[in-house]
Design a protein around this ligand. Structure first.
Ligand code: SAM
Length: 282
């Protein structure tokens, strides 16, 4: 039986009602499902954390290939369905909660998870908050493989000087090597979402550039992109330095203060924020 028919049968059998506000678009394309699981490179020593298992199709496929899957689902009406569709798997734990409220650090410790991949067909409304949470909390993840809205994937992989390049590109590329796995058509879901999707893989690694104060670094990045049309000098005025000190920051960093934030590489943002740090500390 095809994944599409299986999904439609389960939805019908349980009289499940899709919720738009929870971003419920279930994957019904076996080929894409395989691509997601293959790119996660799961084996008997790895564990997967899934956000939003839906009716559990991705969950099952991962459970067949790895040691343990922890699946976090917010929707009350999906829990009894998951209890049935995943009943034959002893290596799946369902957590009924909002993924944004889960203390993943504690969970990873309690469950003694190792070699962890975060894998999800993400509800699109939580993409940025989830990525921000797991990266800023420095969860010990090997990689993140997610299906997300194509536009957001384009922003994540964007290079300096492009219109897609912004705070999200820098947040992700500071912590990870990123690449797109594949584009996904709207027809691969039930119900079809309004937008196209992409699967994207992020491999976590130590940051490539030395940053003295990461909070300040990300604050500088946010300020620089807050008003994209402003020169860097004007955009960074609220950072807390006197104007002459701020001019000196750019001279020391050898960065033209009339440039726009969107042209700066991560390395240049790191340099800028490290010099700002020393001036703020004086
Ligand atoms: N994994 C399934 C699939 O691929 O077909 C379902 C993916 S669907 C795009 C998103 C899933 O995330 C839904 O099951 C939805 O109920 C769940 N969800 C939405 N918001 C959530 C949140 N804050 N925390 C956990 N799960 C959430």
């Amino acid at each position: 039986m095809s994944l599409a028919s299986k999904t439609k049968d389960i939805v019908k059998h349980f009289e499940f009602k899709f919720s738009k506000s929870l971003g419920q678009n279930f994957l019904i394309d076996q080929n894409i499902l395989n691509k997601i699981v293959d790119s996660a490179e799961l084996d008997e020593n790895s564990t997967a954390i899934e956000i939003g298992p839906g009716i559990g199709v991705l969950t099952q496929e991962m459970a067949r290939r790895c040691k343990k899957v922890i699946a976090v689902e917010i929707d009350d009406t999906l829990i009894p369905i998951l209890n049935e569709t995943l009943a034959n798997f002893e290596n799946i734990k369902i957590i009924h909660n909002d993924a944004l409220k889960v203390d993943f650090k504690k969970l990873i410790e309690e469950e003694e998870l190792e070699n962890i991949k975060l894998v999800a067909n993400l509800p699109y409304y939580v993409t940025t908050p989830i990525l921000t949470k797991v990266l800023m909390d420095k969860l010990p993840l090997k990689s993140i493989i997610v299906m997300i809205q194509k536009e957001v994937a384009d922003r994540i992989v964007a290079k300096p000087g492009t219109k897609e390049y912004g705070s999200l590109s820098i947040l992700v590329q500071y912590y990870c090597d990123v690449h797109k796995v594949c584009k996904v058509s709207r027809n691969c879901f039930v119900p079809p979402p309004k937008v196209e999707s992409s699967v994207i893989k992020m491999d976590l690694r130590p940051p490539k550039y030395h940053v003295v104060d990461e909070d300040l670094f990300f604050n500088v990045v946010r300020q620089a992109f807050n008003m994209r049309r402003k020169t860097l000098f004007n955009a960074l005025k609220p950072i807390g330095l006197k104007e002459d000190e701020l001019h000196n920051v750019f001279i020391e960093a050898d960065i033209d203060e009339a440039r726009r934030g969107e042209t700066l590489s991560i390395e240049e943002f790191a340099k800028l924020s490290n010099i700002i740090y020393t001036k703020l500390k004086k």
